[in-house]
Design a protein around this ligand. Structure first.
Ligand SMILES: [Zn+2]
Length: 150
């Protein structure tokens, strides 16, 4: 068992890079059971003209391709914002072991609020969830981004 190392700083870097591309600043990182970073991604919905191109989905695709598997047992996913219902369902389907997220998302979150995907009886795999990890810088990034749009 490797000692706990937070990869939220790297996820925040991805969120900042997303903001610089004009995307909603959310970043995600996936770490394999040996503690190696196997994917890092930020939102690319505008760039790819793809409403599913959330940071978590892009990171899952990269990590699954690296693992040559549609499942990622023992992997941890870090994301700067509470995943939406789509991403929460994908995280469950990928059998992610641990989910660390930053800011809560009252508008679109699907874990601590809204549909609460992991509490639903149809959810077959529930990761361990740790929320509020580096929530403040994650929130600040989003606030700055949306203030600029006004
Ligand atoms: Zn999402």
């Amino acid at each position: 068992m490797s000692p706990f190392v937070s990869h939220m700083d790297l996820a925040l870097d991805q969120a900042r890079a997303a903001a610089a591309r004009g995307e909603v600043p959310v970043g995600a990182v996936i770490v394999d059971p040996a503690g190696r970073v196997v994917a890092a991604a930020g939102n690319r919905t505008r760039e790819l003209c793809d409403p599913t191109a959330h940071a978590e989905i892009l990171a899952l695709r990269t990590a699954c391709a690296a693992a040559r598997s549609e499942r990622l047992p023992g992997h941890a996913l870090y994301v700067t914002l509470e995943p939406c219902p789509m991403c929460a369902a994908a995280i469950s389907a990928a059998r992610i072991a641990r989910l660390y997220y930053g800011a809560a998302d009252p508008k679109s979150g699907g874990i601590g609020q809204g549909p609460r995907i992991f509490s639903h009886p149809q959810c077959h795999h529930i990761p361990e969830v740790y929320d509020g990890i580096a929530a403040q810088p994650s929130e600040a990034l989003l606030r700055t981004f949306f203030e600029r749009l006004r």
